[in-house]
Design a protein around this ligand. Sequence first.
Ligand code: NDP
Length: 264
Amino acid sequence: MQLFTIFGNPVSHSKSPLMHNISFKALGYSACYTRYQLEDGTQLKKKFLELNFKGANITVPHKEHAFNACDELDEFAHKVGAVNTIVNRGGKLYGYNTDAPGFLRAISEFKDIKTVLFLGAGGTAQSTSIILRDAGYKVDILNRSEKRLERFKKEGFSTYTFDTFSISNQYDLVVNMTSAGLEDNSYPCPVLFLEKMIPKAKACVDVIYGKETPFLKMVKEYNLPSKDGSDMLLYQGIIAFEHFTEGKFNFEEIKEKMQQAFIL
Ligand code: NDP
């Protein structure tokens, strides 16, 4: 039986063990998926090999450590510098980033989206902004503070803080990429910005899942097409599962099984 895990700190809240174990069982694949609370990210490779894992997901705060632990990186993971999926092939660790393709797939289900505004400039915004731009979307970044905008500027994105943003800007898709609303009731940017932008948008997404944030609540008041972060979570999991099982199952086949984890 193959063994998989998720490394993170904290990791007790993660839905990944449920998502993967349900799918392994339903697809008749002999494997078990555990969770591993890892304090020191520099120990990731050592623990991975000691415990003989076939594969792992990596969550906050170890995605950069995971990047450094790999012997081989796929092109996109190399480009964004963050790995959330590792597969062991003959003792060599292969690294992938499935968060960003998961997000791209989730937003591709909205029609006629060309321009996108990200509220937030953290690690998730970084990898997803690059994949969206590669896929032909125009992405602008609005963040509460200046510091995290530097790397986006270097990548050539248009970036704004609350002081420099013009509320007459229009976007087809507005995305909450911050943690605002996760453990409090705050909005990701001044409410006035949202009141101007949301009615003109074609759709809105919140990457937070498992609760309705003030941002998503406001979007629903305007009756706009919207999603929370569940599809992103599901889709990154499906893409990781494809790597774990070396392409034995296709996306739709896995989706049918893995989505059961969201109704339990
Ligand atoms: P980071 O810690 O790297 O970045 C956090 C960002 O949120 C920063 O831009 C920060 O702004 C901003 N922020 C935090 N609090 C507030 C606030 N009260 N008001 C305005 N801005 C705020 O986080 P990540 O990029 O790793 O994660 C971002 C979100 O994405 C989280 O909510 C996480 O749960 C979610 N996520 C969802 C996934 C899914 O599968 N659905 C996968 C991965 C992440 P500043 O720079 O000013 O501090």
